[in-house]
Design a protein around this ligand. Structure first.
Ligand SMILES: *[C@@H]1O[C@H](CO)[C@@H](O)[C@H](O)[C@H]1NC(C)=O
Ligand SMILES: *[C@@H]1O[C@H](CO)[C@@H](O)[C@H](O)[C@H]1NC(C)=O
Ligand SMILES: *[C@@H]1O[C@H](CO)[C@@H](O)[C@H](O)[C@H]1NC(C)=O
Length: 450
């Protein structure tokens, strides 16, 4: 009870968002945990793919950095969480490796340990979470604020921070690509992913592709038609799919809509896109880029579209977009719900076709203005993603006491099987959207136990 009161006071004493003199201390657990030579898992071999790496590098030379723990507002734990892996799963072995608790994480540094005990919400970690199955961190780490790209299982509104996906290599130039003379009106170039994995949400890309691939105003090129769609289509084009409900055990659940069923599968297939550079010219040459949720809500296309100066059309139902505390997404993007877009894929195209040219130009100008904020740079003093993330961390969490009191009483538990495909930490959000299935969501559990 006393701890709770102390935390309340501590939170009240912290200023509002955008505090000018925010200073950051880097808690460095040592190169063993954050060096470049972490090649144990193919997806994590390059530290440039990790937010922790960018925050660490960006803060090292930053004017915000302090070497005194007491005067730091934020403690960034520069642990990349790449090291402890087994069986090819990244983060797999956290529990064993961090069994020593905070003392292990902070190498027994008593000042850091005291701070952790008194104000755990001053600490930030940025682990890569490729999927929910990989959240195997010890529960005490939940006291820190998590900086995540995929707010899928662990994201807690008012506490954690959403980072934009990293695009590497970053565009060489800071200048936004010119807005005029964009050849394509609406573009999607990429994978369809797995329509059967967690339907209906994961069917979105297939549905959009199957309806729009021949539309005169849409350039829809799917990389994996032969893998994601072709094997599961009924052999007789007019036949019903073999199962009405998609699931992992019954993948024969998709069908082409009558309007496009007669088209060969090569229409809307990505064969002609040869390289990454070629791919990027499509985005740079498009007015609108579809950012469609796939197996996960978030997609690298979000950052790619923004950096290409292509107005993002978001159909992902993310519980929160990066830097939404400060940015007004309505000014530089359009958003549709997956449910609406899935019901009527043409609705999206028709709405965009109706937009007056002037409105589009205004969005493009605003996009050019915010674009640099989504770029990761090895310099936290220049406008960019790292600077934005630090600003988010410097602003007080709004849910601290609620969460901490639960954690402090030891009644706190993660769902043992996080439900996949749901917008983590946002149960109400998921329900509003009509997401089917269980809603064993993190934040809800926490508040239900108060
Ligand atoms: C921030 O730092 C500057 C220069 O160090 C100082 O003049 C100013 O008063 C500080 N502002 C606050 C709110 O502490
Ligand atoms: C949409 O396609 C039609 C038919 O090709 C074309 O006439 C029209 O200019 C296109 N509109 C836009 C905004 O690209
Ligand atoms: C975009 O398309 C136009 C017209 O086809 C072409 O001239 C231009 O080079 C393209 N730009 C990019 C960046 O691909």
């Amino acid at each position: 009870m006393r701890l709770q009161a102390a935390l309340l006071v501590a939170v009240a004493a912290r200023g509002g968002a955008g505090t000018p003199n925010c200073t950051v201390y880097i808690a460095d657990p040592g190169t063993e945990f954050n060096s470049a030579s972490t090649s144990e898992f193919p997806g994590s071999a390059t530290p440039e793919k990790h937010v922790a790496h960018w925050m660490h590098t960006g803060l090292l030379s930053s004017a915000l950095r302090t070497s005194r723990i007491q005067e730091a507002r934020v403690i960034f734990v520069a642990h990349y969480f790449l090291k402890h892996q087994e069986k090819g799963w990244t983060l797999h072995d956290w529990k064993r490796q961090l069994k020593g608790g905070p003392a292990r994480l902070f190498n027994g540094n008593t000042e850091l340990l005291r701070r952790w005990r008194d104000r755990p919400f001053d600490f930030a970690i940025a682990p890569m979470l490729p999927s929910c199955a990989e959240v195997r961190a010890p529960v005490w780490l939940d006291m820190a604020r998590w900086v995540v790209i995929n707010p899928w299982c662990i994201y807690r509104h008012g506490y954690d921070i959403v980072a934009p996906p990293i695009v590497s290599p970053s565009p060489a130039s800071d200048a936004s690509p010119r807005a005029n003379a964009r050849r394509h009106f609406i573009t999607y170039v990429g994978k369809l992913r797995k329509p059967y994995l967690q339907p209906p949400m994961t069917k979105l890309r297939f549905l959009m592709w199957s309806h729009l691939r021949a539309h005169p105003n849409v350039t829809f090129l799917a990389e994996d038609v032969q893998k994601a769609a072709a094997p599961y289509l009924p052999s007789d084009g007019s036949a019903q799919p073999r199962c009405a409900v998609c699931k992992f055990s019954c993948k024969q659940c998709i069908a082409l809509p009558p309007a496009t069923a007669h088209l060969p599968l090569s229409v809307g297939s990505m064969e002609e896109v040869q390289s990454r550079a070629h791919y990027q010219t499509y985005l740079k040459n498009s007015t609108f880029c579809l950012v469609l949720r796939g197996d996960h809500e978030n997609s690298r296309r979000f950052s790619e579209a923004i950096l290409a100066g292509c107005v993002p059309v978001l159909i992902a139902d993310m519980p929160a977009w990066p830097f939404a505390r400060r940015l007004d997404y309505k000014k530089f993007s359009y958003e549709f719900s997956w449910a609406g877009a899935s019901r009527d894929p043409l609705l999206v195209v028709n709405e965009l076709l109706r937009l007056p040219a002037g409105e589009i130009a205004v969005k493009q100008r605003e996009l050019a203005r915010v674009r640099p904020l989504f770029q990761y740079r090895a310099d936290a003093d220049r406008p960019g993603a790292v600077q934005q993330l630090v600003q988010d961390l410097c602003a007080s969490p709004t849910k601290t006491t609620e969460l901490m009191s639960v954690v402090a009483r030891g009644t706190h538990k993660r769902p043992s099987k996080p439900s996949r495909g749901l917008a983590g930490g946002a149960d109400g959000h998921a329900k509003r959207l009509g997401y089917p299935g269980r809603t064993s969501l993190y934040e809800l559990r926490v508040s239900a136990r108060r």
